[in-house]
Design a protein around this ligand. Structure first.
Ligand code: PMP
Length: 308
């Protein structure tokens, strides 16, 4: 989806013009993938513009950097304030927020430690990631020929730029084969996650999702949907799931900041259940949108941007 340019981007403590938000070609990140980032949505809710789980996203950003022994030169509160400031400065009501921490221009070589740690926050208007009909009708996915990283290789729990080289391999393969998304297996052959989404499936009334040990990003939407499902009285299991469950599940769906709650209607050309989004998926999707659109927010997941 094309980025819609706005007036300013927050860079290292100040707002700069969109076109001036540049970095040097010898910045460490360009060569060695040394970045950590977040994707956060600001919704136009019935009670005003609100960020969804801002604190959890900013905390994960710090966790991602910590795994790589990278100290972010701001506090979590400062980054949360900067996100709100950037949205307000660009007068956006609903948008996507992309904070990114990266190793900048310094030494050239693998060792990042002499390269500055820089931070930028960009915001822009953004709709449904996989298209509005994806949320209604569901998407067609393929099981990727690429596996998610083995334990103790690329840390799956860090949302690091370099990890998305694997996501790109998966996404390009899927798109070129005529699918919207890919679904990867972990190194043991269990279902893991999509290129930017976590996976859930429903079988005989129970909800399943792969555990954190399944080489996946601990998604904030995943955690939220687990809570929503529990609140609604569903039985949910975080457990390793064999590949074939994807073919015999009654329902399957992806969660993510971008994907929200997106039904999956086929896997490798095999229809999931009836081939249409199922009742549990649609119920959870509705409950999710009740929070982010109608601001029915029992867990205080929304942070309002223009509350003063
Ligand atoms: N897995 C991957 C690989 C992702 O990039 C994302 C998007 N951040 C997710 C899962 C979903 O995470 P979240 O719900 O926090 O957006």
């Amino acid at each position: 989806m094309p980025v819609k340019k706005v007036a300013t981007i927050w860079m290292n403590g100040r707002l700069v013009k969109w076109d001036d938000a540049r970095l040097h070609v010898l910045s460490h990140v360009v060569h060695y993938g040394s970045s950590w980032f977040e994707g956060i949505r600001c919704y136009e809710t019935a009670k005003g513009s609100a960020l969804f789980r801002l604190d959890k996203h900013v905390h994960r950003l710090f966790d991602s950097a910590k795994i790589y022994r990278t100290a972010i030169p701001y506090t979590e509160q400062q980054i949360m304030d900067a996100i709100v400031e950037t949205i307000r400065a660009n007068r956006l009501r609903a948008c996507y927020v992309r904070p990114v921490v990266y190793r900048g221009y310094g030494d050239v070589g693998v060792n990042p430690l002499n390269c500055p740690v820089e931070v930028a926050i960009a915001v822009w208007e953004w709709g449904a990631y996989l298209g509005p009909e994806a949320l209604r009708e569901g998407i067609d996915v393929m099981v990727s020929t690429w596996n998610r990283p083995a334990p103790n290789t690329f840390p799956a729990m860090a949302k690091a730029g370099g990890n998305y080289l694997l996501s790109q391999l998966m996404k390009v393969e899927a798109v070129q084969a005529g699918f919207s998304e890919a679904l990867a297996l972990d190194v043991h052959g269990y279902l893991s996650e999509g290129t930017g989404e976590n996976l859930f499936l429903v079988k005989e009334g129970e909800i399943y999702t792969p555990p954190i040990s399944g080489s996946l990003l601990p998604g904030i939407t995943r955690r939220s949907v687990l809570q929503i499902a529990e609140d609604a009285g569903y039985r949910v299991k975080e457990t390793p799931i064999p590949r074939e469950m994807a073919y015999i599940a009654d329902e399957l769906f992806f969660t993510g900041t971008a994907a929200e709650v997106t039904p999956v209607r086929s896997v490798d050309g095999i229809p999931v259940g009836s081939g249409k989004p199922g009742p549990v998926t649609l119920d959870l999707q509705k409950r999710f949108f009740d929070i982010v659109k109608d601001a029915k927010d029992p867990h205080q997941w929304l942070s309002f941007v223009y509350s003063d």
